[in-house]
Ligand binder design. Sequence first.
Ligand SMILES: *[C@@H]1O[C@H](CO)[C@@H](O)[C@H](O)[C@H]1NC(C)=O
Ligand SMILES: *[C@@H]1O[C@H](CO)[C@@H](O)[C@H](O)[C@H]1NC(C)=O
Length: 821
Amino acid sequence: MSLLSALSIVWGLMLHVSFAAPDDQYCVPRNTVPFQNELKLFREDGIFNYSTMLLRDELGVLLLGAREAVYALDINDVSVRKSAVYWRVTEEKQRECTYKGKHAEVECRNYIRTLHRVNDTTMYVCGTNAFSPTCDYMTFVNGQLRLKGKQEEGKGKCPFDPFQRYSSLMVGNDLYSATSINFLGSEPVVLRSSDLALRTEFKSSWLSEPNFVYMDFVGESVNSPDGDDDKVYMFFSENAMEYDFYSKVAVSRVARVCKGDMGGQRTLQRKWTSFLKARLDCSLPEPSLPPIVQDVFLLKDDDWRNNVFYAVFTPQSSLSQVSAVCAYTVSAIRDIFNEGKFKTPVAVETSHVKWVMHTGDVPVPRPGACINTVARKLGMNRSLDLPDKTLQFIRDRPLMDEAVHPLTGGPLLLKKGALLTRIVVDSVLALDGQRYAVMFIGTENGYVQKAVNYDGEMFIIEEIQLYETSVPISILRLSATKGQLYAGSASGAVQMAVSNCSRYESCVDCVLARDPYCCWDFSSRSCSSVHSFSSSSSNSVIQSLKEGNISQCPQPAPVAAVDFNLVPGNNIQLPCQLHSNLAQVLWRFSDQTLHSNNKYYIYSGGLLLLRASESDAGFYTCSSVEQINGKKTYNRTVAVYRLQLYSGPEEGGGTTPSTEVTNSSNSSHSGTTAGPGPGPGPGPGLVLEPDPTPEDPVSPETQSDTSRVTRLEVAVGLLSLLCLSLMGVLFWIWFQGRWECFKLPKRATDSEAKRQSAEYMSIPNRTSEIKLLGPEPGGARSANNNHSAVEFKGNGEHHFTPMAKISSLDGLGYINDESEI
Ligand SMILES: *[C@@H]1O[C@H](CO)[C@@H](O)[C@H](O)[C@H]1NC(C)=O
Ligand SMILES: *[C@@H]1O[C@H](CO)[C@@H](O)[C@H](O)[C@H]1NC(C)=O
């Protein structure tokens, strides 16, 4: 019986799970922006936990609450501190707290958790104060922060435990808070502190070990046809009562109360008469327990009916690493509360209760409804006038039967890897006159993901590393007017602009970024903020958000070939950096595609040609094949190299017969030296179509991840082989005191790649000295141009500093000097 019911519950849970999700549902950020020192950061030595923020645009400050400190920072540059107040626990408080078994240096401190605006000059601030929550007023006048020293009781307004999640909101002069009201953290409450204080009933059907994450206000009384009231919505997770699982299962909830609620007269005295809750649905592609809501953001619209809550979910089992974002309209939530069926408890067996749909009569006025036209017609103008029947019904049945489903049926974003923690959303007016919801999502490893959903396509424009070390982002705030994002963590507060269009250097880069904030400006030939253009001037600027259509971009200049000398027997490294994480690299030599094997090693930074032989002379092309929109691909040449057999000043310097490998197909090319080269004909890899026309949506080059995986496997195999020989080299380099010059190239930025090359090049006495066929017209370049059969197209902006061979990797056979050849 119990097994059966457990099974039925598992099955029930799986009902709201869609199966068969291909792996490409999981979003990979197109671009990764590593940590930059230029980021504006605020931290003070000895102060931690910068996790409470209040933006005061009109005062020009960001108020930042930390452990035992509140700061007023310049809203334009958070590294500039305008004022600070310190609010430390007294020794006595700390001692009391320690007596109760709490950790003196961790728990028995004052963590500022609440910051709210009261009026133009005054804020309300609360801290945990060594497990004895306390609140105070704080002013910001003449650039100075000051605590008023009122020391109000903070129980129920602020948690005791600094590690406990909680939420609060100031509406007018009323403070709404959702937290625990006792030391043990066992008595959860949703409280309104006002002239007429109200709270939740202390019953597990109302709240069962909840974890509150968010609260916001929706002014639903505006233009309401049924004379409805304003609401406060709250989001949390709690133990499910609707599943009688053998162990506790958590579910995510949305609940709401009416602003005008005054409690009941006899029943529900001083308690909410309008507390209703419903399950939040957000289905992950893999069968799992319901995901847990972590943070929510309300994206407001002029019409409150179009307000949308964006919520971040993470799995409740630590086995899974999939996070999701789901969005819910206020109307959808409202429909469930206003018209949905209720759940009701029924006793099965002796002490066992099951929650099922209530099918009997529902009293009038409808339980849980705000005072509206219907109630007023019945002569009930305040919740105090509601009949006991209505109040008793809602006291025993606060849960709705139906779950709230996301706006788009499923998640807007699914991401594997580091879990998502916090979210803010900006509404961006793009050149096409449409508004796009751009999500900024903090992660547990210190990144912000900037994502957008284009008609169902999940797309992460970029991920930006905000913290040098891997710390969870514990708060995110957005100033849409300033175009700035503020993040907080245990180690500091960071400011970041919502966009940095100048990161994209070419038209193609700019358009393919598909960033609603950015467009390509033909007149200044730069990637600029859409902000500065009205849609009337849009003939001089382009943007293609949904399509990533670059057909209007000027033809990229051809990529100049870079000459490399080939010394038989040596290993040669040809760098190539792709511009997008969504692109796959395609290396070609002559007209054949190269794969990692015992001769070639393709890694994220380029190609390693092992033990070059004469037959390897010729043209090498590195192209990037990028998936756009999941429908088409874009190919572009990133780098071209010409390997020429080395014929140094010394006669016969280019041959080392002992190591020469003569194998395979390209033996016909051996012996080719400078000059026209081994004729890489206009093969498919060299003539590129930078513009995949829309008429050709599915390019044959569309590659699945499998090839990537196999390639990876080959690479790993090869790498282990390499490692052995590398160890020899490393030893040698170490021996030469040049350890710091040798780094295994990892995915790096262009400048990093250049720096690395420079490091290699600084190693003196190398055989393969290189001449660079730079962008300037010159003899070398014209040699390339003689090559009329080859048409190199690319964006021409990436002149890689050519890299000398790293050394001959066969350890002892290292050639130190030309004279040794
Ligand atoms: C702001 O609120 C505080 C606290 O309620 C009050 O003492 C003060 O007079 C108010 N100031 C203004 C300018 O309204
Ligand atoms: C506060 O910061 C410290 C130091 O980074 C961290 O270990 C601790 O977990 C943080 N405490 C809370 C309540 O977040």
